[in-house]
Design a protein around this ligand. Structure first.
Ligand SMILES: Cc1cc2nc3c(=O)[nH]c(=O)nc-3n(C[C@H](O)[C@H](O)[C@H](O)COP(=O)(O)O)c2cc1C
Length: 177
């Protein structure tokens, strides 16, 4: 069975749209259904308030409920999971998604944007939460630095660079030719 015959889902969490831009590049290269994860209770617009809430959620191991519902996850063979680095970890809503949906037997492909400090423990956490999935090598790139007022960066040279890197990565992990 070729990749193109497989059913692909691209799930992502985004606040300032950098991770979403990468999700769209992946879709352009490989197809599939794009789904942005929305929360029942959205995070505060204020960055500091958002950081404080998220740190507390991590401490409490709280899983914020998702407003987004994915119908018949069972029909997908490959599930891309995209997220920004938050506090050098996976964001709590991604933990909700990975715990709520049964991805066993599927291929899971993580991707990430961050402020330049890397994915942190994010890809490792995906592996831990998907013990019965085949988790492929992830892709990570520098996105915005909201702390310094830098929001969306996936344009011009950066957009071209990430486009090329995403294609290389998808070839390397054997999902496109
Ligand atoms: C609440 C919060 C916490 C963050 N923590 C980190 C961090 O620990 N390390 C890092 O490199 N970037 C961190 N960032 C920056 C984001 O990972 C980066 O801006 C990313 O590109 C945002 O993706 P998005 O545009 O899809 O929301 C944080 C951003 C937010 C909003």
């Amino acid at each position: 069975q070729t990749t193109t015959a497989k059913k692909i889902l691209i799930v992502y969490l985004t606040r300032t749209k950098n991770t979403e831009a990468v999700a769209r590049m992946i879709q352009k290269d490989i197809g599939g259904k794009l789904v942005a994860l929305e929360l029942v209770n959205p995070y505060p617009a204020d960055y500091r308030a958002h950081v404080a809430q998220m740190v507390q959620e991590n401490q409490d191991n709280f899983l914020p409920p998702l407003k987004t519902k994915i119908d018949s996850i069972g029909k997908f063979d490959i599930v891309f999971v995209g997220f920004p680095t938050w506090d050098m970890k996976i964001p709590p809503p991604i933990k909700t998604f990975l715990k709520q949906y049964d991805l066993s037997g599927k291929t899971v492909v993580p991707f990430n944007t961050n402020a330049g400090y890397g994915v942190g423990s994010g890809f490792e956490t995906v592996k831990e939460l998907c013990p019965k999935s085949k988790v492929l090598e992830g892709y990570s790139t520098k996105g915005g630095i909201e702390r310094d007022g830098i929001l969306f960066v996936m344009k011009d040279d950066k957009e071209r660079q990430v486009n090329a890197e995403v294609q290389e990565w998808l070839k390397k992990i054997g999902l496109i030719k």
